[in-house]
Ligand binder design. Sequence first.
Ligand code: F0G
Length: 466
Amino acid sequence: MIDHPISAPGIELSLSRLRCIGCGAVHATVEQDFRCPDCLDLLEIFYPDWQNRGTMQTTAPDLEALKPLWQQRKTSRLAIDESGVWRFRELLPALHDWNAATTLCEGNTPVYQLPSCARITGVEQLYAKHQGMNPTGSFKDTGMTVAASFARENGYRWVACASTGNTSASMAAYAARGGMRSLVLIPEGKVSWGKLSQALDYGAVTCQLRTDFDGCMQALNEVVKRMPVCLLNSVNPYRIEGQKTGAIELLEQLDWQVPDHVIVPGGNLGNASALGKAFVELLELGLISRLPKLSVIQAEGANPLVRCIREQGGKKLIPVQAETMATALRIGNPASWRKAVRVLEATGGAVEQVSEVEITQAKAEIGADGIGCEPASAVTLAGLKKLVKQRFVKTQETVVLILTGHLLKDPEFTLKFHRGDLFRGTEHEREAAVLASHQRAPIILDANVDVIVKTLEQAEKNGPTK
Ligand code: F0G
């Protein structure tokens, strides 16, 4: 084992507590369903010491020391320093044994400029934080390392989740890594094959239920009451803590220059809650001096948050029957909606919804920048176009899109699109005609050099796609 200090001298690790977001009750222990036993609302982790620290920001040298410390850890060979999550452990709940963290070197994801998308939207300072570059190909890994580590530390032998695919892939990997078994509940026929195959390969007991995501979640809530399994959906507040680090790492990559806007896809709304929590905490601690506006984009067919804000003033969520080809977002009754509303209010962000054709076009446009993402991630660019039109986003402002999943998560969607099959026979077929210029079906030829050269010349004549 490498002899290395877990934290630098003079920098303490934070004491954390669990608090209900509804009634504010602070709990010493936590129920299997991670809900407040008094009012059944969600719990959040908070750090009682930070209140005092925040007010002393100018005289608290340990806070100023954090930024160089986090940077310096990038050169360490210690597993928790190599992790782009645990590297920020002063802002996370403390493990009893840091060396027992279940980690796959998650986080450490790139921030890219998007020159072609910038031209399309008119937003010159346009970046993508690509969380699809995590070990299992989605942002879920950043939360999973923390939640799985706590499950293991608390002696759980089984972990479980309901999922539209990415959570299950991530959970199964971290369970395998941590020597735990995993139970996955997914809606039958509604999860992309890439994600399903990951869960299988990492050894999860994978149940495809004849219901939707919301039905899987309901079933799981009953299972955890009957069996000693640790629930690893984003109602688990440790997941949220880990996912916060996406925001911290982003700011570090931008040299702590706060962007004007951060745009995320909204499904079960854990990610929006986590990134927003990070920004608010960093402001409270004095590590940044203002908040970015955090906006949430949903698919039109899976838009409960948009409706909650527009029709209920953010006070009440009316579940919807979710339907979208961006299968990761097929969620009608998001668990973390109250946390997400709080983030929208705190940061002054917007909610927007985008159509299936808009999502598909945006995905192709991101692909044309040489990056690629899964359909759910592309709602961010589609939403940005609308927010620019509404002048909520000004073209001279700095915008970061959070790309949540890797292109290879759902190759079927991409292939169907390029072959022209995606919208065939659907109600969107007419509207989808605008996508023709983005389509690149594979060309089947004989292995004949003349024919290949002719094809190349033809492509040159037709010009670039953008
Ligand atoms: N993008 C991707 C690629 C996702 O997989 C998800 C959610 C989201 C965005 C939305 O994030 O739920 O935090 O609002 N996927 C879930 C799953 C729910 O089971 O994998 P959210």
